[in-house]
Design a protein around this ligand. Structure first.
Ligand code: SAH
Length: 265
């Protein structure tokens, strides 16, 4: 027993913080696939697709530890059930959507585990930005029109209304990819225009990127929120803003039917 009364095994379990990619199981890394298909315990987020969860062996324990929007932002990053397993010497595959270190609190989980002397391995994954760009045929850094990409969250840590507006947090040129931006799209688009982007800047919203149910709209910054609303795009959705959106080419994407609103472009 540790002083806190928690049972502690001689050897602590390891945590594999694994990026599950944007949804399509074909986009898992070889290492992620190996870890998921040989795991004894898999703890996963709400974002991890059913297609990927189907790879978990029947013999493994599955723990749904995802937090949905609106849950306490100050709750410990590592779920207590995961901690309990690790302290009992059991290895845990912690599956997170996209890349574990791109939003989604992977860094906070790693920090907390490191403080507890728990060995952590990070397995990178394909972040939603790259899954969406690939299926949409959007060349994120086409050198004619973009010198860089900013991956930004439309939300701040504690409160969507707190902190500087998005326009002040992203450069006024180049490609911007907004995570968690669906519900605040109207305000975000207005703020980017306010900060100097032209209302005619091309923009895309891609929902459920890389999954068979992917849907998307393309419009300009001035009308993108209306277009997304009309199309009733659900979540998770990612927003890509910049001239690169107009440089997209039709790509072959098995199993993804892409709905594109080209009225304003
Ligand atoms: N770690 C994840 C991001 C977690 S934050 C990654 O690297 O992709 C959650 C946000 O990611 C969602 O609000 C959405 O903006 C985006 N997202 C995750 N999966 C997505 C998908 N399949 N399609 C579109 N957006 C997605």
């Amino acid at each position: 027993m540790s002083p806190s009364g928690v049972f502690t095994a001689d050897r602590r379990g390891r945590v594999y913080l694994v990026g599950a990619g944007p949804g399509d199981p074909e986009l898992l890394t070889v290492r992620a696939h190996r870890l998921v298909t040989t795991a004894k315990v898999v703890a996963y987020d709400a974002l991890v697709s059913p297609e990927i969860l189907a790879l978990i062996p029947d013999t493994a324990e599955r723990l749904a530890v995802g937090r949905r929007k609106g849950t306490d932002p100050d709750a410990p990053a590592v779920h207590p059930i995961v901690l309990d397993k690790v302290l009992r010497g059991i290895d845990v595959v912690r599956l997170k959507g996209g890349d574990p270190y791109v939003f989604g609190r992977g860094g906070e989980e790693a920090e907390q585990l490191a403080e507890l002397d728990v060995a952590v391995e990070i397995v990178p994954g394909i972040s939603a930005a790259f899954g969406a760009a690939a299926t949409m045929g959007i060349p994120l850094t086409h050198r004619d029109v973009s010198a860089g990409i900013t991956l930004a969250t439309a939300h701040t840590r504690h409160d969507a209304d707190a902190g500087p507006p998005i326009g002040a947090r992203v450069p006024s040129e180049g490609t911007v990819v907004l995570y968690m931006g669906r519900s605040t799209l109207r305000e975000t688009a207005a703020a980017l225009i306010e900060a100097g982007r032209s209302p005619s800047t091309p923009a895309a919203v891609v929902a459920r990127a890389t999954l068979p149910s992917q849907r998307s709209v393309v419009a300009d910054l001035a009308t993108i929120a209306d277009a997304a609303e009309r199309a009733e795009l659900d979540t998770p959705a990612i927003v890509i803003v910049g001239e690169v959106v107009a440089r997209r080419v039709t790509v072959r994407t098995p199993a993804v039917s892409v709905i594109t609103d080209v009225r304003s472009l």
